[in-house]
Design a protein around this ligand. Structure first.
Ligand code: SAM
Ligand code: TMP
Ligand code: ZN
Length: 405
């Protein structure tokens, strides 16, 4: 039995996606076969309810210097972080000489707005190329992993932070005890550690099984984050549900006793109880749905191939690594995946080896069908690609079930 990374309790495995590659490392055609594989399996701690993976991938393998993901590739996400920065500039950061620290700043999608407001700031991110893109705009970045030792050094050099913020990163960090110890050392009195991540409730409700990949070591719920915060001497003082990335929760924590706990926490705990989010049966039925959706998707793609239709993928997401590798989808069923990220283009999808081409490939000529792997950006992409449907093309979606759009 595996022990919970947070509380040491027993973790019961509920789904095994089998051998999976690191999801955000895209081999050049000549490097096919060099991918690092591991067993992607998820389990549920029967003590603290934290959903977590059973095998951890080395952080250097997941977040190398040339980690290709660029947050600013999405206009929706740029707007989301501009609004988020504006909110915190008017609240937590509105005192005299505030200091803002961001864990996993990537290309500066949020950090740059804080810098532009003239607020003292520091981004921390090991992905050197992405971090340098943030630095190129004038934002201050420390290239490295956030953990307790790094936090102590920042505190010593720059003083306490009113806000430690992180988006889509804390769930990636298996050694989360060190992150909370770092936040504890770094925060000013009354300061807050805020993080937003994909929400387990949405993943289970909508069978977003492709949100399970190496980087999402934890799948957080309000209940598990509250237990985790307590374990590390913090209170979960507020939660806010956000629509981005198919359903995200923003968790606001503060050192125990320093801030008032707001009613949204109890409201969401009750909601999770009603949705049976802490019951093992919920996860058994999630697993059954994953299997049937994959079978259906493969059957649809096989039928389209037999009918001579051309099918491409849209968005070489981390999510697509789980889908293609678990469902056994390769270049025989999907001829190419179009993606706007320069560092992914002319490479292949990890494990499934589907060629990745620039977006221009999509329209020259349009395929018959396109599997929307970047379904969390559906509105933005479908608006941009209206001509695809006008030309008779159809989108294939596999969440919350397999359907055409
Ligand atoms: N915050 C951005 C967003 O929401 O779009 C980027 C999210 S990206 C999925 C995760 C980022 O976290 C990567 O840039 C990665 O290099 C960084 N990261 C991973 N582990 C980290 C750690 N221990 N400390 C700081 N950054 C980390
Ligand atoms: P994400 O789902 O992890 O945010 O990744 C989205 C991927 O989709 C990323 O590789 C960029 C790509 N993409 C496009 O190719 N075109 C687009 O219009 C958008 C929004 C994303
Ligand atoms: Zn636990």
């Amino acid at each position: 039995m595996t022990s919970c990374r947070v509380c040491g309790g027993p973790v019961v495995e509920f789904f095994d996606f089998g051998r999976q590659p690191v999801s955000d490392v895209f081999p050049a055609p000549a490097d096919i076969g060099t991918e690092h594989f591991y067993r992607l399996a998820v389990g549920f701690c029967t003590d603290c309810t934290m959903v977590q993976q059973l095998e951890e991938v080395d952080r250097e393998k997941m977040f190398p210097a040339d980690y290709p993901y660029r947050s600013s590739g999405s206009s929706l996400m740029r707007r989301h972080f501009e609004e988020t920065a504006a909110h915190y500039l008017a609240t937590e950061l509105d005192g005299p000489d505030p200091f803002y620290v961001e864990i996993g700043c990537n290309d500066g999608i949020m950090l740059n707005s804080v810098r532009a407001a003239g607020v003292r700031h520091l981004g921390v991110d090991p992905a050197e190329h992405a971090a340098l893109a943030a630095g190129a705009t004038g934002s201050r970045v420390h290239i490295g992993f956030f953990e307790e030792a790094a936090a102590r050094r920042i505190r010593e050099a720059e003083g306490p932070a009113q806000l430690v913020f992180s988006a889509n990163t804390i769930s990636h960090i298996a050694y989360i005890d060190s992150v909370f110890a770092g936040a504890r050392a770094l925060l000013a009195e009354g300061g807050v550690f805020v993080f937003e991540d994909r929400y387990l409730g949405d993943i289970v409700t909508h069978t977003y099984f492709d949100q399970v990949y190496d980087e999402h070591f934890y799948l957080f719920s309000v209940r598990s984050v509250q237990a985790m915060a307590r374990q590390y001497g913090f209170d979960l003082i507020d939660v806010e549900h956000l629509s981005v990335h198919g359903g995200t929760m923003r968790y606001t924590t503060a050192r125990a006793g320093e801030r008032t706990v707001l009613p949204a926490v109890a409201r969401w705990l009750a909601h999770e109880h009603d949705r049976k989010l802490s019951e093992q049966a919920t996860y058994a039925s999630f697993g059954a749905k994953v299997e049937s959706h994959c079978t259906e998707l493969r059957a649809l793609l096989t039928r389209l191939k037999d009918e001579g239709k051309r099918v491409v993928g849209y968005g070489a997401t981390c999510k697509s690594a789980t889908v293609t590798n678990y469902c056994g989808i390769g270049p025989d069923l999907i001829s190419a995946v179009c993606d706007s990220t320069p560092d992914k283009q002319h490479r292949v999808t990890p494990g499934s080896h589907i060629p990745i081409l620039p977006p221009e490939h999509f329209s020259s000529p349009y395929p018959d069908y396109a599997v929307l792997f970047a379904w969390n950006h559906a509105e933005e992409i479908m608006a941009k690609e209206q001509e695809f449907k006008a030309a008779g093309g159809r989108w294939i979606l596999y969440v919350p079930d397999v359907h055409l759009a």
